[in-house]
Structure formats: C-alpha cells, structure tokens
Design a protein around this ligand. Structure first.
Ligand SMILES: [Ca+2]
Length: 646
C-alpha cells in the first residue's frame, strides 16, 4: 500500500500477444505428451524399484520399462520444489524460498518473468492439466493450466475442507464419505485425460499429478493399511539393513550404510504436540530394541499406514497408466516420477487434532512417521526433509517413454535436479527456451535438459548444483559436495562417487577445495539474491514497445511526473498488474474510470493494440484490488501524455 501511495499514477501498457515460443499446432509424432507425477515427502528408497519393501508394482514396471536416475535432487521442501519443477529456476531466484530483503518463501510471489511450464507449453500447442497439491503462488488456471483440481487441505486425507476445481472453491468434503485424497487426485487426472481424448485428440498434453501422499498425517483406508500392518514389527534398524542390501544389489547406490543418527530428531520442536501423541511416541530414532513392546506396536502401525499411502499412490498411478493405454497414448507419453523432498522427521499436530484412542491412520489421528521411520525411508542417506544432506534432497526419479527411451530398466547416474525438468520438457515439446527476446530481468535458466541422458549416461558439463533451505547449505561440483547444517556450522566435504551417503568428512583433508566451493556457493547465493530482488525497470522495457512483438503481458509504470519507477518498486506491487491474455479478466475492474477501458480483457486489449496508446489511472491509498468490484468514485484516467513511450 505504501508503494501505491508514493506512486499515485500507474501507466499500463499492454504489449502484443505474439507467441513467446514458436507456436506449433497439432502433435507431431516425436513430441511426447508428458505426465509429471510428484510424490510428497516420499523417501529415496520407499519404492520397490529403489530398494523399498513397500510393494509398488506399477512404478516398478515404469522403472523396468524406462530409466531410474540414482542422483536426482529436489530442494528439501514442498513449495520450493514445486517452484523449481514448474519454473525451471532455483526457488530463491523466483522468491519461493527465503531471500533476505524481499517477500519470499511460502508466501513469495514470482517475478513476472518466472512463468510456469504450462504457459510455455500452451504456445507450443499443448493443453495442461493439474491434479493435486499446488503450493505455488497464483492459481493454476492463471498459470497456463486448462483444468485443475487443487487440494489445499494438507491435513485431512478423508475430509478436506479446502479444495477447488478450476480455481473455484469446492464444498468441504463431509466426514465418512468415500473420499480419499490420493484417489481423488488420480480421478481428476483421469477425467482430464478422458476429456482430452474426446475433445482434443490432435493436441499434446501435459498432466501434472501432484499427490499429497505420503506427507503427514499418516492416514489411509483401513483395507490398505491392513496389508502392511505386521510388516514393520521388526523395526527400523533391521529393515534399514534389508533395504541397504537390496539397494546395493540393484546398483542404485554403493558405498557404506551410515549408522542411524540417534540424536537427530524432528527439525522443529513441538513439545506439547509430542505429549498429546501419548507415551508410545518417540521423537528420536532410538534403537528398536530399547522400545517397549507397546511402543513397537504403535510405531509399526504408523509405518504400516505410510506404506499403505505409498501402496495406494502406486495403485492410482496404475489407473492413470491404464487410462493412457486406453487412449493409445502410453507409447508416446513421457512419464516422470519423483518426490518433492526426502522423508520427513517432522512431528506436529494440526488439522482436526489427534485422538489417542482412535485407530492409527484414521481421520481422527494426526501421526507422523517420525525420525525412526524417516531414517528407514531415506536409506541409505543421512538426515531428512529440510536438511540438504542427501537424505533431504535425494529423490527417486523414474523416466518412462517407450517411443523415446529404449534402454529399459537401466540406471542413470548423471546428476539431475528439479530445475532440469522445464528445459527437458521444452526441448521435447519443440520449444526454444529462453528465446532471445526474453524479458531482460530474466536470468539464464540454471537447469539443463536431460534429453541426452535418455540415451546414455552423459556428463552434462554442469558447473554446480546449489541448495539453501532454512540455513542449511550445500553445493555439488562433479562428485564433490560441501554441506552444512544451519547458518553457523562449518562446511563438511564429501566425495559422493566413493561416499554417497556422506560418512567421511574430508573437509580437513582438502581445505582448499572447501574454500573454493564455499566461495562458489556464496557467489551463487549472491547471484540468486540479486535476481530475486531486482526490480524490472520501466526504462528497460521501453525498447520492446515499438515492435509490439513481446508475448508476455507487460505493464509499464510511471510515477506522477512520468519518471521511471524508483528503486525498490516492483511490478508485482500493484494489484492492477494482471496478465494480458486472460480474456476472462474484466478490465473494467482494473481501470474503472472511463469509457475507453470498458469491456472484457479481449476488447480492451484490442483497443489498446489498435491505437497503440497506453492508459494511466490514478491509484490512491485505497486503490482497489482489480479482482474486487470497482470503486464508486472514479479517480482519473487518460491517454498517456508521454506517447513516445509507446
Ligand atoms: Ca513435501
């Protein structure tokens, strides 16, 4: 509000609607459909094809018919991972993880240049569908998706209160209905595919299926839980050894299984929550033999629910696969599967609270697997979600595409990261990203296309991978990784080629390497911060105006005297900054002050484009939100008195 008070006037210029990428109609045979499946808080080795004891036959089949990447990474947390996956940038670059000096993190808003993948795909002829968790700023349909089922209630698997379809809120789900989040998400994804098959057969599609499973609370249908109920009575110590044996024999990871870090508990302390969970709960991965029989039963029941959640997700993925087969698009669809962060050691109580007498896994319980089972889920790695040791950031990554991937069942040891997904998909979709006339504030995308790795393990000549989350830091250069917990701790150094599970700290042996890598981490951090805090300057946009060729919605702001924006002002500061191209937006709400601005977005845009002049309207301290009804008292509006700027 302060910024608006200072500025007073806003001049809006709307640019042409030509495509940002070369528009391609139809679906050439070599452009695959893409189904991106994201699990939530799934551990590195939870899937059977990564060594887990949880039966996941459908994902295992995708792995045996495609590729398993063994060194793929996320960002250690839900929302930064989604920003990285869909924007192609590190979350800090697009203000979706904490950056000092700018609103950022889970409530941060992306800069206007940080579009999401569906917006690019739309110009390439794709239709995009979103099903499940969102956790990105903005709304799905405003970011290029044609359909969306958005589940915002992450605390209730059976009766969510907050969810929406196509950006319109749905009624809360009543208790004791047959709703289960994982199934509902798959149902929606399948509905979208069916609609696509009947109405848009000549178009390629992108389906983003974001399951909320197996994020806490562990809740699953009783019939699913029952299949796993006694599987975990042998405890996390023994089951971890068993996973490690399978991981080694499959070649997914080699090296050493580190001992469980018994002193490492949840990353956040909720002592009251722990008390409410009862005497059978523990917040440290204690030796299994030290637990009472009652505690073992309680703990085993929790992990049985976790296994049921993964099992159910796998079965729902099987239904999506069958839909693709029914449509005749299994062969020409690239299916990607991964997790947004490592398994979580968090323990807290939210939602409807925890009722100690209720059956474990029902909607009346709010339980987490805790650090013991999280250590199992992340086998063979150390630490958990939020940390950037391998346990927090390593994810299974399956790529399946019968027409494009012929090395069935192979492993890929090429390191990869969520930031690689956008360049990978855009390369396959026929896009050229970024184009030479991308907005000047947009930095060079940090990710690399993985397409070459579909044929063979390839050195992508990547300089470094970078992590930062809640003070935890890491950098990987080749096989070397520095990592630290919190802002004040010293760097650890590991050679991941020999010691993937980070057991031997080589920092004191190679201090010069640590210094050099730390300097690069600092440099990249500073660069990301600069990117996140750089405000688009009005003057930097002016050269684009005469040609009217830029596709992005673009808004030029001036101060009352027509000068450029002062430092520290961002385009996103203004509620009038709606995106051009959204014909459903009513510009009479954005500029309600004169006849020239009446009409829908489309007609307003056409009028603007017709005489190539901009408008300005006064924004006072109580300026309206453009999505709210227009104010009763118009302020002022007129054609620009600086026509040279258009
Ligand atoms: Ca997550």
């Amino acid at each position: 509000m302060n910024l608006r008070r200072k500025l007073g006037w806003i001049l809006i210029a709307l640019l042409g609607t030509g495509s940002f990428l070369t528009a391609l109609a139809g679906k050439p045979a070599d452009r695959p459909n893409v189904v991106l499946i994201l699990a939530d808080d799934l551990g590195f080795s939870d899937l059977g094809c990564y060594g887990g004891e949880i039966p996941t036959p459908h994902l295992d089949a995708l792995a045996s018919g495609g590729l398993r990447y063994t060194q793929f990474y996320n960002t250690a947390r839900c929302w930064p991972s989604r920003a990285a996956a869909l924007s192609g940038f590190y979350a800090q670059q697009v203000r979706r993880d904490a950056v000092p000096g700018v609103p950022s993190g889970t409530n941060g808003k992306r800069p206007s240049w940080a579009k999401l993948l569906p917006e690019y795909l739309k110009t390439l002829g794709y239709r995009s569908y979103h099903s499940g968790k969102w956790h990105v700023d903005g709304k799905p349909l405003a970011n290029g998706f044609e359909r969306s089922y958005r589940l915002d209630d992450h605390d209730r698997y059976f009766a969510p209160r907050f969810h929406s379809e196509d950006d319109v809120a749905l009624e809360p789900v009543p208790t004791n209905s047959n709703y289960y989040a994982t199934t509902a998400i798959a149902d929606h994804a399948i509905r979208c595919l069916k609609e696509h098959a009947t109405q848009f057969q000549d178009r390629p599609f992108f389906s983003f299926v974001a399951f909320t499973a197996p994020h806490f609370p562990v809740q699953a249908p009783a019939s699913d839980v029952e299949r796993h109920r006694n599987r975990y009575l042998s405890g996390w110590d023994q089951l971890r050894e068993e996973r490690w044996n399978r991981i080694q024999s499959s070649g997914v990871v080699s090296g050493t299984l580190p001992p469980i870090e018994r002193e490492i508990g949840p990353p956040y302390d909720f002592p009251d929550a722990l008390k409410s969970l009862g005497a059978n709960e523990v917040n440290r991965p204690l030796p299994w033999g030290e637990l009472s029989s009652s505690q073992r039963r309680f703990q085993a029941d929790k992990m049985a629910v976790h296994a049921a959640m993964v099992d159910r997700m796998d079965q729902e993925i099987g239904r999506i696969v069958r839909q693709l087969q029914t449509m005749g698009h299994f062969e020409d669809t690239l299916i990607l599967f991964l997790s947004d962060n490592g398994a979580s050691a968090e323990m807290m109580v939210r939602g409807d609270g925890h009722h100690p007498d209720a059956l474990c896994g029902t909607g009346a319980t709010f339980l987490s697997i805790g650090p013991g089972w999280s250590s199992l889920a992340n086998t063979p790695f150390r630490r958990h979600k939020t940390w950037v040791h391998e346990g927090g950031i390593a994810t299974p990554f399956i790529a399946h595409w019968p027409q494009g991937i012929t090395h069935h069942g192979a492993l890929r040891k090429t390191p990869g990261h969520l930031i690689d997904l956008v360049p990978t998909v855009l390369e396959l979709a026929g896009g050229n990203w970024p184009e030479k006339d991308h907005p000047p504030e947009m930095p060079k995308p940090p990710g690399l296309s993985l397409v070459r790795t579909f044929a063979q393990d390839t050195d992508l000549k990547r300089e470094a991978l970078w992590w930062q989350h809640e003070g935890n830091r890491a950098l990987r250069e080749g096989d070397w990784k520095i990592v630290a917990t919190g802002v004040n701790s010293a760097w650890e150094l590991y050679n991941l080629a020999q010691d993937r599970s980070e057991t031997i700290n080589l920092a004191s042996k190679h201090p010069e390497r640590v210094l050099a890598m730390a300097a690069r981490w600092e440099s990249m951090t500073a660069s990301h911060r600069t990117t996140a805090t750089t405000r688009p300057s009005a003057s930097s946009l002016f050269p684009l105006f005469p040609e009217w060729k830029h596709s992005a919605s673009l808004f030029v702001l001036t101060t009352p005297d027509g000068a450029d924006l002062p430092d520290g002002v961002t385009l996103e500061s203004f509620p009038l900054l709606v995106r051009l191209g959204r014909d459903d937006f009513d510009f009479t709400q954005a500029c309600p002050h004169g006849e020239d601005t009446r009409g829908t977005g489309s007609s307003f845009r056409n009028r603007i484009l017709g005489h190539r002049q901009g408008f300005r309207c006064h924004l006072g301290a109580d300026s309206p939100d453009p999505r709210q009804p227009a104010p009763r008292t118009p302020r002022s509006l007129g054609k620009s008195d600086r026509p040279n700027r258009f």
